[in-house]
Design a protein around this ligand. Structure first.
Ligand code: XUL
Ligand code: CO
Length: 433
């Protein structure tokens, strides 16, 4: 252990009546929920970037956090890893996630950056063996460095496309070496600021080609994790090509990759797209591309991606309801893509933010499971569509407009509107919160 979290013991489940801040009230890793241990439902992961690489800046001010590992040397990168693994163990999370740029200093050129990454990957490997920690996903940061300011795959300069492809390869190698269970592509700057200087057709084709190469390389190296795209509608660019789940699905269909790539859905990104989190989850499930989630929350007034730790149990219940209805996570999990507020300076804040988020997820999962076990919600939904199981519903799916017109006339079909019962169903949900 380093002494960054000195005096903080591993956090354990104490139950709802505990008065300790450093305790779980809902997250009991081994408690069985619908026949599966809670830890296997939730598959928690910590995000390296927000907790260990982000300095606390906002558009009006720079660094607020002063961490002893901030700096650009390999020794500091190893100290950062030591502290990160301390936190993972204090929390008892099974997984973590990282970008290349979070974990290694930038080198003078591509070769040096790659050497730095490989050295840290070896260091991670030793720490993972020693602790049992696992990698939920790896990814490449193709958005922070100024070379990516006009995009990575969608850049007008083919040299940036080449640099990006090479970087993705090294990050896929790193993920594969650490037995990562997924590889994520968030197209941070894959979008445009103004159509005045943008050739949208070319940029889409370039993004499609890059994704095809990622899928080819996955098969070439025998990586059996999932490739996941993380949709986001805007920020940092004004318009992003991976706007939301529906847009990503259209893109995958266009390039014939809908059976190869799934989605990593983030709560805050769903809100920015004008959707609810549960809408995005339900759609991905229906389209067969549900993969994993980034769990955080947005501020509903500020209109940007605030990446706050989640604490809204009623909303999270609806999200886990969709996850459970999708059959739960296969390779995916619950990644806390969340950061402290920039005034939350203390090491304790970092631990307690995650403790609260984990507990809120556990409470949401348990409520969602209780709703499914109760069955009344699903029964009401089934009943609403019951007509489609009967003769009329079946025959409509095989008929044409003219035949249906004749039938409506001959049988004098005259529909009688029925209640959608929304408030009754909302009351039903609240009984489980
Ligand atoms: C940005 C975001 C990223 C991705 C990984 O909004 O969510 O952190 O999760 O690149
Ligand atoms: Co994210």
């Amino acid at each position: 252990m380093t002494d960054f979290f000195k005096g903080i013991a591993p956090v354990t489940f104490e139950g709802a009546h505990s008065d300790s801040e450093f305790a779980f009230r809902h997250y009991d890793p081994d408690e069985m929920v619908m026949g599966k241990a809670m830890k296997d439902h939730l598959r928690f992961a910590c995000a390296y970037w927000h907790s260990f690489a982000w300095p606390g800046g906002d558009p009006f001010g720079g660094q607020t956090f002063e961490r002893p590992w901030f700096g650009d040397t390999m020794d500091l990168a190893r100290m950062k890893a030591d502290v990160a693994f301390d936190m993972f163990q204090i929390l008892g999370v099974p997984y973590f996630c990282f970008h290349d740029a979070d974990v290694r200093p930038e080198g003078a050129d591509f070769a040096e950056s790659t050497r730095n990454l490989e050295a840290i990957v070896d260091y991670f490997g030793e720490k993972m063996d020693a602790t049992g920690l696992k990698l939920l996903w790896g990814t490449a940061n193709l958005f922070s460095h100024r070379r990516f300011m006009a995009g990575a795959a969608t850049n007008p300069d083919p040299e940036v496309f080449a640099f990006s492809a090479a970087t993705i390869k090294t990050c896929m190698d790193a993920t594969h070496k650490l037995n990562g269970e997924n590889y994520v592509l968030w197209g941070g700057r894959e979008g445009y600021e103004t159509l005045l200087n943008t050739d949208m057709g070319r940029e889409r084709a370039q993004a499609g080609r890059m994704l095809q190469m990622v899928v080819d390389y996955k098969h070439k190296i025998g990586f059996d994790g999932a490739i996941l795209i993380e949709p986001k509608p805007q920020e940092p660019t004004k318009h992003q090509y991976d706007y939301d789940v529906a847009t990503v699905y259209g893109f995958l269909k266009d390039f014939g990759l809908e059976d190869e790539v799934k989605v990593n859905i983030e709560q805050g990104h769903a809100i920015l797209a004008g959707h609810s989190f549960e809408h995005e989850l339900a759609l991905a499930r229906e389209l067969g591309i549900f993969g994993s989630i980034d769990m955080n929350r947005n501020d509903y007034q500020s209109g940007w991606d605030t990446d706050q730790f989640p604490n809204n149990v009623p909303e999270m219940t609806l999200a886990y309801l969709e996850v459970l209805k999708a059959g739960g996570f296969a390779t995916g999990g619950t990644n806390f893509d969340a950061k402290l507020r920039r005034q939350s300076l203390d090491p304790e804040d970092l631990i307690l933010a995650h403790v609260g988020g984990m507990d809120a997820c556990a409470a949401g999962l348990k409520a969602a499971a209780a709703i499914l076990e109760n069955g009344a919600l699903e029964e009401a939904r089934e009943a609403r569509y019951a007509g489609w199981n009967g003769d009329l519903g079946q025959s409509l799916m095989q008929s044409g407009l003219a035949e249906i017109e004749a039938m409506v006339r001959s049988e004098n079909i005259n529909p009688d509107p029925r209640s959608g019962r929304q408030e009754r169903l909302e009351n039903l949900i609240n009984r489980f919160l």
